[in-house]
Design a protein around this ligand. Sequence first.
Ligand code: FES
Ligand code: FES
Length: 189
Amino acid sequence: MSEFEEKVIHMGDVPGATDIGTPFSVKSPVEVSLEINGDDVRREVPASRTLLDFLRDDLGLTGTKEGCGKGECGACTVLVNGKPVNSCLMLAYQANECKVTTIEGLEKNGELHPLQEAFIEEGAVQCGFCTPGMIMAAKAILDANPEPTREEIRTGISGNLCRCTGYVKIINAIEVAAKAGCKKGSMLG
Ligand code: FES
Ligand code: FES
């Protein structure tokens, strides 16, 4: 088994995600049916197509970025059934019948998500390449724990690398968004 296949199987930790199962030709087309940002999507994809390539190349959702392509930088983070996932390591068909949320799914009715607003206001975006993945990781943190400590935030984003900000402004932004969510009396949608 290749290193890539081993990593893919670890992504089976996501509730509802399809286990890699019986080996078959990676060129075989498979049908996937899933919900992406609230829209039903049904497509045929090669079995070897990563979720990242499916989102970016097949669906044009280019907000999700490819950094390392091997599970080390977190730039490609999306939520699958609410859990943060490196989409470069998950095959598209493993997300069959799952709910996927990408950065494009956070804006509602023309309004930015409080996390997006906080990242802008706190200067947590510099080159911006890590930002979509960082915000999706932050959303997973706040969905699970609306009032995290700075240490909990630091741990929650530990799989997401930023080469520009030094992380302090990113952690500040997540704290600000958490407070904004608490003030509104509900989490961040
Ligand atoms: S591109 Fe997926 S973890 Fe780096
Ligand atoms: S803002 Fe440039 S990598 Fe994070």
